[in-house]
Design a protein. Sequence first.
Length: 91
Amino acid sequence: MSPLFRRKGPAPQDRLVTLIGKPDCHLCEDAEAVVAKVCDELGVPWEQKDITRDSELHDAYWEQIPVVLVDGRQHTFWRVDEERLRKELTG
């Protein structure tokens, strides 16, 4: 498909990345560094949610943390790939 006709998604600043994790989790800390870097570079807002403070998130994700949602849909879990996240947010 020609780039002229390729459907574009929302602009990066209109996206929302949510990082779901818990305190004292080394994978969550690694994920936070990647999410912060990519989102800051692209101007994408992001937030963190703690499964120890939300029983619904705990029940849904406790085996997968850290979990990254993009616009409310699960993007990845455990390890966050910088290039894959960047592509998701700019594609």
